[in-house]
Design a protein around this ligand. Structure first.
Ligand SMILES: Nc1ncnc2c1ncn2[C@@H]1O[C@H](COP(=O)(O)OP(=O)(O)OP(=O)(O)O)[C@@H](O)[C@H]1O
Length: 248
């Protein structure tokens, strides 16, 4: 079942040397219950694409729909309840980690209070260490703050998670544990779209890969197909380059 459908999406912004194309004729879809990884060289348009999916930005041509309804028809607050965006640099509010985790609930009185069991589940799903809940949130490391922001997003029980480099500040074992948690969420019908530069992680945890370069979607395929490209192909060269260190 399709969650998002994008048809001929373009986004252009004013630049110093005239209009700059961030997204150029992107047509794709994201399937419910799958983990989709947006990969590609830096500046290729991955974050720009992610931001369109919960109306943080709007396309200036083409259409984006969620659950069969054009995003323009979704009231932004209602959409963001279903489609949660977790940026690479999380917004942290004054107070403890627990205060931050529960922050969104004040805007959603329909959500049942979070009991201790649900709190443990949220910590487990986001790989946030429960013993840090009483710590001032601004004292946490960036990696801990990223996972706290993920737990805060999960608190509202969204249907979709949009994650911008969720493992970028994590050590390998923690990033792998987070990958397993995200896969568990997908098995419970969560749709995930994330940006990653960590191809080993993508290989271990993604279902589908979308390769973006210079604002264009160059390739979309199952994860196994992506990693079977030969060294002479553009994708193969990108994969080899990432092993030596990310391209800039
Ligand atoms: N609001 C904006 N105004 C002007 N330029 C922008 C804006 N947002 C993004 N860009 C530019 O658009 C290009 C694509 O940016 P984007 O963040 O989508 O790339 P990315 O693939 O996510 O990159 P990275 O892997 O480095 O995070 C970059 O050159 C960026 O500088």
């Amino acid at each position: 079942m399709t969650a998002f459908e994008l048809q001929h999406v373009c986004r252009t912004v004013p630049g110093d040397e005239g209009p700059q194309s961030l997204l150029d004729d992107v047509t794709t879809h994201f399937e419910k219950g799958l983990l989709h990884a947006l990969v590609g060289p830096s500046g290729g348009g991955k974050t720009s694409l992610l931001r369109l999916l919960n109306r943080l930005d709007a396309p200036d041509a083409g259409t984006v729909s969620y659950a069969g309804l054009d995003l323009g028809c979704w009231e932004p607050r209602r959409l963001r309840r279903k489609v949660a965006f977790v940026p690479q640099q999380p917004h942290i509010f004054p107070g403890t980690a627990r205060d931050n985790l529960l922050f969104g609930l004040r805007f959603h009185p329909d959500i049942a209070p979070i009991d201790n069991q649900r709190l443990s589940e949220l910590c487990a799903s986001s790989q946030f260490p429960p013993d840090l809940l009483s710590k001032p949130a601004e004292k946490l490391s960036i990696g801990q703050q990223q996972r706290l922001a993920l737990a805060r997003a999960l608190c509202l029980d969204p249907e979709v998670l949009l994650l911008d480099e969720p493992g970028s500040a994590l050590d390998r074992p923690t990033a792998e544990a987070l990958g397993r948690s995200l896969r568990h969420l997908c098995r419970r019908a969560m749709t995930i779209v994330l940006v990653s530069h960590d191809l080993e992680w993508v290989r271990n945890h993604a279902d589908r890969v979308l390769f973006m370069e210079a604002g264009k979607l160059k390739l979309q395929c199952p994860v196994a197909s992506f990693f079977s490209y030969g060294a002479e192909s553009r994708v193969g060269r990108f994969i080899a380059g990432q092993k030596e260190g990310p391209e800039s």
